[in-house]
Every structure is written in C-alpha cells, then in structure tokens.
Design a protein around this ligand. Structure first.
Ligand code: URA
Length: 209
C-alpha cells in the first residue's frame, strides 16, 4: 500500500488543533496526545482477527467473540513514541512492548540506534510501531528494518503528523508497512521540522528544550 491512511475523525482533528497551538501547555499537550492515541489505536485495530470462546452469561451459554492469536506488540521509538504508547496500552493492556532508542544526528538527520529491546515471537504478532512525527522518516525506516531483522512480518506504522517527504521515503523503504496518521502536513523545513507541524513533540510532551 502506498501513501498513508489519514484518520479524519472529528475528535482526532479537533484535539490535534489544540496540540498544534504553541500556547498549549505541556500538561494539556500530554493529555491530548494520550486521548488521540486511544482514538488512533481504535481505528488501527479495526481489522484484528477474531475467534470465539464459549462463555456463560448469568442467563445462558454463548459463543462470544474474542481477539485471536498472539498478543500484539507496540514498538515505541524513544522517546516521543512513549506518548502514543501510553494511551494505546490503556486500550490494550495485555500487549507486549518493544522499545527502540534512536536519536537524530542533528547534522545529518540520520537515525543512530542506542537501545533495542523487543519481545519474543515477533513473527507471530501484529507489531504497531509508534512515533508521533514522521518527518524525514529516517528513524521510522531504521526501526522497522530492525524489527524485521528480529522477525516481525506484520507491521503498521502509526504517527500523529507526517510530512509528504517522510511518507514517500517510508513507502519506498517499506511498501509492506501501512502508515496511519492524523494529518499529512505541507512539507519539511530545512531543519527537518514538519510545517506547520507542532514543533518538537518530545520537548512539548516532556517540557524540555
Ligand atoms: N520531530 C519532531 O518532534 N517534530 C518535527 O517537526 C519533526 C521531527
């Protein structure tokens, strides 16, 4: 699949506008990100495979739907990925979690890995890779490559904002991994920021500079 699926739900779009405002304080930014992550997770997991279990209600026995297969895995690209991860884990508390530490070399904008930890049997799990900003896509491309090396076969990438350049590069590198986002913005600027964007997601989330 090429391009990206934009989750145009009115609640997502409304909350995103508040997050973009430069006057939105850290505490509100974090809360909004958590709320949006619940809505994105809901959309992205729409087609999860189901099976049934026989259960007893207080009234009768029934064949009731439950999720099939191995627990899914969230893969958070540190550190901003954790903002999306936390909300998603509230919705799917049984999920496994991978952490991938990558920083952007400020000069080359290339992704450099400093940490990687992932659960076993990635090949049998849906892996939902999360990072709020798909800018140059360097980190996202590296993270997905690393997860593929560890066996992941069924992945989706979820972000809050994407730059068209990042979407194109990611699609080219990983045509088998669909992208879900709340918005595809106008462009990347010369410093690698998404325009109009929302600034540095990690800094805004944690109140750093
Ligand atoms: N990372 C961010 O946090 N913001 C951008 O605009 C681009 C990359």
């Amino acid at each position: 699949m090429s391009g990206a699926t934009v989750i145009a739900h009115p609640l997502v779009q409304h909350k995103l506008t508040h997050m973009r405002r430069k006057t939105t304080p850290t505490q509100d930014f974090r809360r909004l990100l958590r709320e949006i992550s619940l809505l994105l997770c809901y959309e992205v997991t729409r087609d999860l495979k189901m099976t049934t279990q026989t259960i007893d209600t207080p009234v009768a026995e029934m064949e009731a739907p439950v999720l099939a297969g191995k627990k899914l895995c969230f893969a958070s690209i540190l550190r901003a990925g954790n903002g999306l991860l936390e909300g998603m884990l509230e919705l799917i508390p049984s999920a496994r979690v991978a952490h991938i530490g990558l920083y952007r070399d400020p000069k080359t904008l290339e992704a450099v890995e400093y940490y990687f930890k992932a659960p076993q049997e990635l090949d049998e799990r849906l892996v939902i890779v999360v990072d709020p900003m798909l800018a140059t896509a360097n980190s996202a491309i590296s993270a997905v490559e690393r997860l593929k090396k560890r066996g992941a076969k069924n992945m989706v990438f979820v972000c809050l904002l994407a730059a068209p350049e990042g979407v194109a590069r990611f699609n080219e590198a990983h045509p088998d991994v669909p992208i879900y986002t709340a918005s595809i913005d106008e462009k990347l600027n010369e410093k690698g920021y998404i325009v109009p964007g929302l600034g540095d997601a990690g800094d805004r989330m944690y109140g750093t500079k």
